[in-house]
Write a protein that binds this ligand. Sequence first.
Ligand SMILES: [Zn+2]
Length: 728
Amino acid sequence: LAPFLKEAGIAPLKPNYPNWESMGLDGHTAGHYLSALSMMYAATRQPELLHRIQYMLAWLDSCQRKNGDGYVGGVPDGKSLWNDIRNGKIDAGSFSLGNRWVPLYNLHKTFAGLRDAYLYAHQTKALDMLVKLTDWFETLTQNLSDDQVQQILATEHGGLNEVFVQVGQLTGNSRYYVLAQRFSHRAILQPLIEGKDILPGLHANTQIPKVIGFKCVADATHNPEWDKAARFFWDLVVGRYTISIGGHGVREHFNPSNDFSSMIESNQGPETCNSYNMLKLTRLLFLSSRQTKYLDYYERTLYNHILSSIHRDSGGFVYFTPIHPCHYRVYSTVNHSFWCCVGTGMENHAKYGEMIYCYTPDTLWVNLFIPSQLSWKEKQVEVQQQTNFPYEPSTSLQIHTQAPIYMTVRIRKPSWINDNYLLVRINREKPQRIPVSGGYADIRRVWKGNDRIQVDLPMKLSYEYLPDSSSWVSLLYGPVVLAAACDTANQTGLWADESRMAHVAYGPLYSVDDQPYILADQKDWLSKIKMVNAQKLTFSLPVRTKDNEDTQILIQPFFDLQATRYTIYFPLLNETQVMQRRREAQEKEKEQLAIRQRTIDEVAPGEQQSEVGHNFKGENTEWGINQNRFWRHAYGWFSYDLSDNHKQARYLALTFYGLDSNRTFDVWLNEVKLATISLMGDKGDSFFVTELEIPKSIRESDSTTYTVKFVPHPGSLAGGVYYIRLMK
Ligand SMILES: [Zn+2]
């Protein structure tokens, strides 16, 4: 609450939380927290949760009243930002608006928290506050042109359009639909309507909430074009970009759909927030279409990404789930970590009850096989689902009715069952094959008193390739992704601290070439996988090691693995591919050896040890990490000393990143200007090396120390510099 109190000019009771709650995204967590409390209260009815909801609302209400204009938010120095926006002063980048870190994304969480406190915990005060906040926003932006609004929407803004539609639905005032349409980002909407894939390179989680909003607008205003856009987006993401666990993205962005090598290489795989949002979109698409493909994705993602993203003992949440073989995940720690995925994480695990059941007038839809209890009050029907699924290949539903009732119970036939029927047993009758139509097996009858339905859910092993069809496979048992635990060594930062990038698993990446692979030459390799323990769903997978030994490794549900290095995707290779891989590895090694032989001295900017060892100096300079590589840049300048004791150096080799753009700076060596470098962002998503010749005057001087200095041109930035080598 502290950020909200501060912004309202009320003395905070406690300081801000650290991490992202003190780094510009102040306040984003409170909205998620309010949503999570409300959902958990709906699921459990625990009075303590209601107490906390009301406590939060009371303080937020005080802030809103104090602000006086309907605004309530934690965006640092928000009022001056909103003033600028009111006056059409818009300075929008992908992740900053008016130099604040995604302020509208932040504010969307407050909107959503208030909405959920009303929807799930029935707090009318929350609806009142939500409407005031929406009215404030509408007034704030009323004089902006549509073009100016679109400029604002270039910055990540969560699902503002989603919330505005819902305010319209909750108040019955269609004026808010207009606001939702106005705050829908056309640069994304239009290509989706046209059926164009513009996703590669885009920040993934920025887009999904916009599409959730498109779908909400489509449903509220019966707009088939916007509906088509939402469906196309879903088909695209799930069909071309999604891996076995249901997640997508590398370093938060969509990778090219025909090349997943960056995902294999990276320590930053799918982000949990994205799957959280995809499930929200999936739910909406299912509800309006009733197509079970949406539920198949929902189930897959729920078990394998969402369920696996919480540490069951500590409650820590996961941000990235890398699929680099034998890498690991970092867990958030209480009161230290305030990432986006902590916010959505709190919500994720409060809503396992969602989507298990749906209903239409005389039909109960059973979508998921999760132990649960349902009260269908209008029908006076109580349903109890008992199962240990997926550890048991069946589920049972006990249907209690007050009086005999004619009704259909529709049971979903998951896509991982190939038959076109479900084997069902009702009470003590003999088992019957119920044909599947529209993805469900329908049981139509008069239910009286206390009936029991037993459903067989036979699971079997299967595998699927990465979407680019490269030779990486993930193994599944039914909907459950199986993975291997590797070891627990060198999991640097496993428990996150408060630093800005603590959510990334920086520990050493193991060489892909060292990992065991599945030999594809035997056609029936899948049948060689044997179940070890049916209760734990463990299997033994025959693999070949890099030393050419045949052995077995244990695979088990990925969601059962925590705080360990793991492998989800295994190389599936035939002998020719194995030879090819070896040759490539040798060539790479030869290249690296040649570079090493030419290198006299080297600096890794941004890496502490390397910088200290080379007399790093600088002003107004920052460092960071991109694609596992450290960099440094400066608005001021920075320099290092390199040594050439035998006076052999001829070149200075500098490594830059191909997408860094609009940066012009000078490179100085011992007070001589070597070159002016302009990074134009035209070299693609990869690194490149520029070699600068060292002038004779410096080579022939007595000095054996070379000071390399990077100085930006006025108004520009020097760097990022990723590597510096002094070379023969
Ligand atoms: Zn996230």
